[in-house]
Design a protein around this ligand. Structure first.
Ligand code: ZN
Length: 272
């Protein structure tokens, strides 16, 4: 049951997550490479020695027909065209579903629509845009619909979300960004712990006092996590530098302070 899982990942889970993210990232790079490869085979008719048509070649060699192949060629072409001043846009589509929404657009519309999609997407807790295929489709429609370039995006500051999912107030954006390095420090600590435990399992490692070492790593981890940015201070409402007892003038509070808030204090953070 999902609700019974603790939010924090065990070391094994964190490592598994790293592996899986790599698989996904490699797969994302692959959809573009697959499309380019198919395009070259088709363009140069490299199938001609053994097969009469590209369609038959694809069906026999890959198990999918030319229509799927053309779809893959189309999406890789779209991504290759998302350039401005000779440089690829950042970020680029990371899956064929996102790119597929741009296939039918002229190149200049595809660029505008993709930029619009990136700038208007919701962001995750790391401040990265969450871009669904449906969102890209909406961006294409709004760019095509009014013909004029989309309105300039809202400035990026203030769009990060804290651990309650609230938009971080512009005044707290700086502290929020700086605090994010603690998240990175915890990840590094977790890798170091995994490496140390591996050594303890090897010959010679019997001198390592594993329980003591594990306890120390856990202490370090909880010390760092204690300082994590949780949300805006509801008492000074993020007024950095104010003489506020709840947040000591930081403008934001950690999880432990949040857990001690009264319902009244929380009601400002979680309006009904
Ligand atoms: Zn405060």
């Amino acid at each position: 049951m999902e609700s019974e899982l603790s939010t924090e990942l065990s070391i094994a889970e964190a490592e598994r997550l790293d592996d899986l993210v790599q698989v996904v990232e490699q797969g994302m790079a692959t959809f573009i490479q697959v499309g380019r490869a198919l395009g070259e085979i088709q363009q140069s008719r490299l199938y001609r020695e053994t097969h009469d048509t590209f369609d038959v070649f694809c069906t026999q060699r890959f198990g999918f027909g030319a229509s799927r192949a053309r779809q893959l060629i189309g999406v890789s072409g779209v991504v290759d065209n998302l350039v401005e001043n000779g440089k690829p846009l950042q970020p680029l589509p990371v899956n064929s579903a996102q790119a597929a929404m741009l296939v039918k657009c002229p190149a200049d519309v595809a660029i505008k629509a993709w930029e619009h999609a990136v700038n208007t997407a919701d962001v995750n807790t790391d401040g990265e845009p969450i871009i669904t295929a449906k969102h890209v489709k909406g961006a294409v429609e709004s760019v095509m619909g009014n013909g004029a370039p989309p309105p300039p995006p809202p400035p990026v500051p203030g769009r990060s979300k804290d651990r309650l999912g609230r938009i971080v107030e512009p005044a707290l954006e700086g502290p929020y960004k700086e605090n994010a390095s603690l998240v990175d420090a915890v990840r590094k600590l977790q890798s170091a712990k995994a490496a140390a435990l591996m050594v303890a399992d090897r010959t010679g490692g019997e001198w390592v006092e594993t329980p003591e070492m594990t306890r120390l790593f856990e202490l370090l981890e909880s010390t760092l996590k204690f300082a994590w940015y949780h949300t805006t201070c509801p008492d000074c409402r993020g007024d950095v530098g104010k003489d506020c007892e709840t947040c000591n003038g930081y403008g934001y509070i950690n999880r432990s302070t949040y857990n001690r808030l009264t319902d009244e204090q929380r009601s400002w953070l979680n309006p009904l």
